[in-house]
Write a protein that binds this ligand. Structure first.
Ligand SMILES: [Mg+2]
Length: 226
C-alpha cells in the first residue's frame, strides 16, 4: 500500500462531507416537532408542508406561521435550526473514502465556513473525530476568517511544512478553490448530484476560481491522490 504520509487532504463540510439538505431536513423535523407539540398539530403534516415550501423556494418558516395562524417568532425557528443536534450520519461512501485515505497515512483536515456550534454539532453527529484531529478542523467563526481567505488554507502549510502535496476537496466554485489554487494546492470539486443547496456555476466564474478536477463521487478521490 502506497503511503500518503506526505499528503495533506482537506475537505469542506457542507455538500462535500455531508449533504446540506440532510441537515436541513433534520432541522425541519425538530421545528415541526416543536410546533406539533405546542399547538397540538400533526407532526408529519407540518414537516411535509415545510419541506414542500422549501422545495418551491418559499420561506417555510413564515409560511408555517401564516398557514396555521401561529405567532412563533421566526427567530425561534432559526435558533432551533442552527443549534439543534442533528440526526444525520456519514454516507457509507464518504466513510469508506476517509478510512482508506487515513489508513494510507494521509493527513486529513476540514476547512469549513459557518457558525461554530452548528458545524461542531454536525461534526459530532457525523463522528468525524474518527478521521480528523480536533486541531485540524478550521471553522470560520472560530478561526476569524472565511473562505476564500488564504489564512484558512495556509494554516495547514504551516502545520505540515514538509508535506509534498496539499489537496482541497469542496463543492462551491464561487469561494472554495481560488485560494488553494493560488497557494499551489490541487483542487477537487465534488459535482452536485442534484441535491446541493448552492448551485455550481462554473461558467460564471473566472478560470482562477475553477477546480483542477471534478468528480461525481467522493470515491473517485482515491484515483487523484494516489
Ligand atoms: Mg460546501
Amino acid at each position: 500500500m502506497q503511503s500518503l504520509s506526505d499528503t495533506v487532504i482537506c475537505f469542506d463540510l457542507d455538500d462535500t462531507l455531508c449533504k446540506e439538505i440532510v441537515f436541513l431536513k433534520s432541522g425541519y423535523r425538530k421545528i415541526a416537532e416543536l410546533i406539533a407539540r405546542r399547538y397540538n398539530l400533526r407532526y408529519d403534516e407540518v414537516y411535509v408542508r415545510m419541506l414542500d415550501w422549501y422545495h418551491k423556494g418559499e420561506n417555510a418558516f413564515s409560511n408555517v406561521n401564516d398557514y396555521y395562524g401561529l405567532d412563533n417568532p421566526i427567530e425561534d425557528y432559526l435558533n432551533v435550526y442552527r443549534y439543534h443536534h442533528p440526526d444525520i450520519c456519514l454516507d457509507n461512501n464518504v466513510y469508506n473514502t476517509l478510512k482508506c485515505l487515513k489508513d494510507k497515512g494521509a493527513n486529513l483536515g476540514i476547512i469549513s465556513d459557518g457558525r461554530s456550534i452548528t458545524q461542531r454539532n454536525k461534526i459530532e453527529a457525523l463522528r468525524l473525530d474518527t478521521f480528523f484531529d480536533n486541531d485540524n478542523i478550521i471553522i470560520s467563526e472560530e478561526f476569524g476568517s472565511e473562505k476564500p481567505a488564504l489564512e484558512n488554507y495556509r494554516f495547514f502549510m504551516t502545520k505540515y511544512p514538509n508535506a509534498e502535496s496539499f489537496i482541497y476537496v469542496a463543492d462551491n466554485p464561487k469561494k472554495d478553490f481560488i485560494a488553494p489554487n493560488q497557494l499551489g494546492w490541487k483542487t477537487v470539486c465534488l459535482l452536485d448530484d442534484g441535491n446541493n443547496i448552492h448551485q455550481q456555476l462554473f461558467e460564471s466564474v473566472e478560470q482562477r476560481f475553477l477546480p483542477h478536477f471534478k468528480i461525481k463521487k467522493i470515491e473517485e478521490l482515491k484515483n487523484i491522490v494516489k
